[in-house]
Each structure stands twice: as structure tokens, then as C-alpha cells.
Design a protein around this ligand. Structure first.
Ligand SMILES: *Cc1c(COP(=O)(O)O)cnc(C)c1O
Length: 219
């Protein structure tokens, strides 16, 4: 099932890229395995998928590292989890405040490794949502670039639910352009084709690969 789902997602991603006049190879699939067991990750890996996303550090540590698998941490990150995140992840996609940057920098010093980094932008300025506020985004992106240099690869967003995501995706892409950042992580199971049309370089797809997440594991 997982391998069939992956093939179908890849076909849809390629069609969306071609329709947008883009090279299908310019879009990376992050398979979001949160709330699915390590066996599901291994099955996807066996089917050729090598990039995975988890949103909780502790849960990620129960499954990763896995040889041959690259791990993105895509969830809101508490500063007290930064050291674990820096040791485990290949990429941390949710920088959104100076205190977190401080903790990541300190942890990177101690660990002697620095993952790739993305700034998460709260494109809908939703009070309950993680990500740097739009009004603060430019300054925060500049400060993050100054601090982390080339490790800062780009931007990530989750647009407001229930609204047309296209203007939000376009806004994130424009912001990445302004800052000369290559990576735009945007689009999930329900809207990744729209994100590709707007310039996504990474789409984060969970449900459409692994199936529904059980509410029982949601604690
Ligand atoms: C869970 C999650 C996804 C995947 O969502 P699906 O709708 O299951 O594809 C993508 N991005 C983030 C940040 C997530 O937490």
C-alpha cells in the first residue's frame, strides 16, 4: 500500500511540476511519518523514499536514525528539545524565534554538527500557530542567515485551514526570493499540487502516503 501510494504521489507531483513548467526533479517529497510506526518508515524506505518528516523530537527518536533515511523535524520545537533535535535531525524546518536560534546554536557547538535549517513563517498571522509573524519575518530571516550562514536553506509554512492556500504559498515563495533562499517547504496531502504550482521545492505529505493517523496515538 505504501509503495503504491508513493508511486501515485510521485506521479501527481511530476504532473503538477510539468503543468507549472518546472522540472519534476526540482521538488522533493518529505514523507511525514508522525504517528506511524518505524515499520511504516522502513516500508517507505524499501520503496525508495529517503526523506522523512516528524513533528515531535521524542517520537522521532523512537524511530530514527535509520541508515539511508534523511530526517526533517517539521513541528514546533521547544528550546529544551533543541539539543536532541540537533543531534538527531538532518534538517530543522521550524525556526521561529531568537530564543530557539540561541538554543540551536549552543547545541550545535556542543554536538559539533549543525542540521540544515528553515525559518517557519506564520503566513496567515494566526495567533495559535507556530512560525514567525509576517511583520517580523524579514528581520528574523536576516538574523538567522547572519547567525547560521549557508545552513539556513529556506522557508516553511502551513497556510490557514479552510482558505485558498495559493496566495499564502505565493507569499512564502516571494519572501524566499527576496532573501535569496532556495528552499520553499509548502504543501501537504490536500494541497501539494497547488504548492508546486506556486514554487514549492519540498512538499510534506503524510496521510496520502501512510493513511490516516490514529487518534489513539495522538497524546
Ligand atoms: C502532519 C504534517 C504534515 C502532513 O500532513 P498530511 O495532511 O497528513 O499530509 C505536513 N506538515 C506538517 C508541519 C505536519 O505537521
Amino acid at each position: 500500500m505504501i509503495s503504491r501510494n508513493l508511486a501515485s504521489i510521485h506521479a501527481r507531483m511530476a504532473a503538477a511540476a510539468v503543468a507549472a513548467g518546472r522540472d519534476p526533479a526540482s521538488v522533493t517529497l518529505i514523507a511525514v511519518s508522525k504517528m506511524h510506526p518505524r515499520e511504516a518508515v522502513l516500508a517507505a524506505l524499501a520503496a525508495g523514499q529517503s526523506v522523512f518528516g516528524e513533528n515531535k523530537v521524542q517520537e522521532a527518536e523512537e524511530k530514527f536514525p535509520i541508515p539511508g533515511a534523511k530526517l526533517h523535524l517539521i513541528g514546533a520545537l521547544q528550546t529544551n528539545k533543541a539539543a536532541h533535535a540537533v543531534r538527531l535531525a538532518d534538517a530543522i524546518d521550524s525556526l521561529d524565534r531568537e530564543k530557539l536560534n540561541d538554543a540551536i546554536a549552543k547545541a550545535a557547538q556542543a554536538a559539533g554538527r549543525l542540521p540544515e535549517l528553515l525559518v517557519q513563517v506564520n503566513v496567515g498571522d494566526e495567533p495559535q500557530k507556530a512560525g514567525v509573524a509576517l511583520a517580523d519575518a524579514d528581520a528574523f530571516i536576516r538574523a538567522s542567515r547572519a547567525r547560521f550562514g549557508e545552513a539556513l536553506r529556506g522557508l516553511m509554512c502551513i497556510p490557514p485551514e479552510g482558505l485558498d492556500p495559493l496566495p499564502y504559498f505565493k507569499r512564502l515563495a516571494a519572501m524566499a526570493d527576496v532573501h535569496g533562499l532556495a528552499v520553499r517547504s509548502m504543501g501537504m496531502s490536500g494541497d501539494f499540487e497547488i504548492a508546486i504550482a506556486a514554487g514549492a521545492t519540498h512538499v510534506r505529505v503524510g496521510t496520502a502516503i501512510f493513511g490516516a493517523r490514529s487518534i489513539l496515538r495522538e497524546t
